[in-house]
Design a protein around this ligand. Structure first.
Ligand code: NAD
Length: 499
């Protein structure tokens, strides 16, 4: 592949006046420009309902970059010139014809080959219409490449995801579709593969002989904020588990790929998801617990409960917390529970993976007053990025007892290392035609298959446990592990790992 000319393209952002474009996309595009990943031969067309001028759009792009952490350089004016705006009605064919004409002009002006990237940053209900109109009106062209980037949510269950997929597949081939899961753009999520497959000390231990359980936590301290309307129909299971949590599970559980290519990696991830033990509606309570945040305190400030949030049904039974136990029924993982938990209004914002190793068969150091600590490998995904290893060392005294020792490697503490935003990396990959860190349809469909059973069980009603805002979820989540003889490890950095 000619990588350099692949970076020459036009990028059309559907929903360019929205929150995602403002907070994530514009700063990421500018960073790519500053790094020379995209150069003179590119243009961005912002598409949305409002009547904006090019100048007003460019001003908005500038403001969004100013509000981000990205440093503005002398090249900013030249950069902004590449941005154009088109007022658009997604249901009107003429809008697509205008878009096509504008793209032709820009391709001529900036000597861009007919490589076109379409970024869907608006409500999913429009994705199908947009994709088919792009094709019918000739906006997807045959001279260069066409790629479609799709934001989550990809459906709200398997049938709706299938319908959406069928609609977009009418206009785009599977290899032209880039389904974003922004967790896959995170530095430390990408690092899971490196930790596993580039370290002789981990890979031989990465199985049910040495690992007792795995715990993945992705907690938010924020509530639903102004997304109550969307969230009340989605819930934590659809918003977090179906995509981000199961993606992390598949990266941790997959077999080593024979090559680091998109196809090989995806095929191993898909196999891991296929090995997930299916659970029936009747069994859901044995494997999954849900919760909903009640009033409480976050960092000393009182916060309301979920049912009092704006645009949330005061009798809502939507879960804002999920904890679950997954079993992967294959040779490598048989018998090793993978626990996941995610929720809003929890103690801290943190995403972490804890791999707990089995105890030694004969513990020479065991005394009544001393318990050896299990070895832990902790992968810090966000906000800290790094790895910790918890080992046992000797207590510096005459007792002969052991004490846990924590070795830390912090990725984002090193001076000058500023890891790129997930969106920057994913945009870069999509421009280069690398789909490795995007989700294949098979992954999406397997995840929905798994999650739909849980939704079905929960939709029947039943008791939804409350948990105090600022806590780590309901008591039922602790019991889920306790009945297997485990407990959740703390997520707070610097927190004690002693038992
Ligand atoms: P938003 O409501 O802020 O913006 C929606 C955009 O779509 C606006 O530019 C609006 O003008 C445009 N739009 C709506 N109806 C239109 C129509 N009929 N014709 C033309 N334009 C129309 O939404 P957002 O938060 O930017 O989210 C966009 C997508 O990204 C959604 O699918 C969302 O789930 C997803 N997403 C957003 C975030 C985030 O951080 N905001 C994160 C992950 C995924």
């Amino acid at each position: 592949m000619d990588n350099k000319s692949d970076g020459y393209c036009t990028l059309v952002i559907f929903g360019a006046t929205g929150d995602l474009a403002k907070r994530k996309l514009f700063p990421s595009i500018y960073n790519l420009y500053k790094k020379g990943e995209i150069c003179h031969n590119f243009a961005v067309v912002g598409v949305a309902r409002r009547e904006w001028s090019d100048e007003f759009f460019q001003e908005n792009v500038l403001n969004s970059i100013k509000e981000s952490k990205v440093e503005i350089g002398d090249d900013i004016d030249e950069f902004l010139e590449h941005f154009r705006y088109l007022a658009f009605d997604v249901t009107d064919k003429r809008s697509y014809q205008n878009l096509n004409a504008l793209l032709h002009n820009l391709e001529e002006e900036y000597h861009i080959p007919s490589n076109r990237m379409f970024y869907m940053a608006m409500a999913p209900k429009f994705f199908g219409t947009i994709a088919s109109s792009l094709k019918s009106e000739g906006v997807t062209n045959e001279k260069g490449w066409n790629r479609l980037i799709i934001e989550k949510p990809f459906g709200h269950d398997l049938p709706s995801a299938e319908q959406l997929n069928d609609e977009i597949r009418e206009a785009f081939r599977e290899d032209e579709i880039y389904r974003i899961d922004h967790y896959l753009g995170k530095e430390m999520v990408q690092n899971i593969e490196v930790i596993r497959f580039a370290n002789a000390i981990f890979e031989p231990l990465w199985n049910n002989r040495y690992i007792s359980n795995i715990q993945i936590t992705s907690s938010e301290s924020l509530g639903v904020e102004d997304r109550g309307g969307y969230y009340d129909h989605a819930g934590a299971l659809r918003d977090m588990v179906q995509n981000h949590m199961l993606q992390m599970v598949s990266l941790l559980a997959m077999e080593p790929p024979i090559r680091l290519t998109t196809e090989e990696i995806r095929s191993e991830k898909i196999k891991a998801l296929r090995a997930l033990r299916p659970i029936s509606v009747e069994e859901v309570d044995n494997y999954f617990v849900r919760g909903q945040y009640a009033p409480g305190e976050i960092k000393g400030e009182e916060v309301p409960g979920y049912r009092s949030e704006p645009n949330v049904d005061p009798e809502s039974i939507t879960e804002t917390f999920v904890a679950g136990k997954l079993m992967i029924d294959n040779f490598r993982w048989a018998g090793v529970p993978i626990y996941i938990r995610t929720g809003k209004r929890m103690t801290e914002k943190s995403t972490k993976i804890v791999i707990q190793f089995k105890e030694l068969p004969m513990n020479l150091y065991y005394k009544e007053e001393d318990q050896m600590h299990p070895n832990l490998l902790i992968i810090h995904i966000q906000p800290d990025e790094g790895i910790s290893l918890v080992l046992n060392g000797k207590k510096v005294d005459a007792t002969g007892l052991t004490t846990p020792v924590k070795l830390d490697y912090c990725n984002n503490c090193i001076d000058g290392v500023n890891t790129p935003e997930a969106y920057e990396k994913l945009l870069h990959d999509a421009i280069q035609g690398d789909a490795t860190n995007f989700t294949h349809w098979d992954e999406v469909s397997l995840s929905w298959q798994f999650v739909d059973v849980i939704s079905k069980a929960w939709e029947k009603g039943g008791h939804i446990p409350g948990y105090k805002s600022g806590s780590m979820g309901p008591e039922e989540s602790e019991q889920l592990l306790a009945k297997d003889g485990f407990k959740w490890w703390p997520i707070i950095d610097g927190g004690s790992y002693s038992i």
